[in-house]
Design a protein around this ligand. Structure first.
Ligand code: ZN
Ligand code: ZN
Length: 164
């Protein structure tokens, strides 16, 4: 194995993982099953060998979206993390869960029959940044009670003294 180590995990931090090889075949999938599984318009995935997928904290919960397909997610916060087709050598990782998701750029689209008819119209839509800076009270409340795991590995989580 190489010295590649690409980390990620769920929103709450109960499940953390490391990829021990560069992910292959990065793509987005527009199929209806991925839309439902992610509550989103598409799902971003790339593949690593199963023995290069190391769950370093917690365990994946599994929902079998069909007989051969196991979708792995965090039981505590619901973040979708993997899809594994029984019998495959590889497992697909949900790229939004990476600590550095911008590092893996999608190369293809799958399930395009399910693609939203206005998908190409999204980037030109009017945009604005998150409004936290404009709403100081809200920003402070979020900062004081942020339960999202940071985008790096942690020794202990949640931080000691937070009472959970
Ligand atoms: Zn979680
Ligand atoms: Zn799909």
């Amino acid at each position: 194995m190489t010295d590649v180590r690409i980390t990620g995990g769920c929103q709450c931090g109960a499940v953390r993982y490391a990829l021990l090889q560069e992910p292959r075949n990065p793509h987005i999938c527009h199929c209806r099953m991925c839309q439902k599984a992610f509550g989103s318009y598409f799902a971003p995935f790339a593949e690593v060998s199963r023995d290069a997928f190391d769950v370093t904290r917690g365990t994946l919960a599994i929902f079998k979206s069909s007989e051969p397909a196991e979708r792995g997610f965090c039981r505590d916060c619901g973040t979708p993390l993997t899809i594994y087709t029984i019998g495959d050598d590889g497992i697909f990782i949900a790229l939004g869960s990476l600590d550095r998701p911008a590092d893996v750029r999608p190369q293809r689209q799958f399930g395009v029959e399910g693609r939203m008819p206005w998908f190409a119209d999204l980037p030109p839509l009017p945009g604005e940044k998150t409004t936290e800076d404009d709403v100081p009270d809200l920003a402070a409340r979020i900062a004081a009670s942020n339960h999202q795991h940071p985008d790096h590995d942690t020794e202990t989580w949640p931080p000691e003294g937070t009472g959970s």
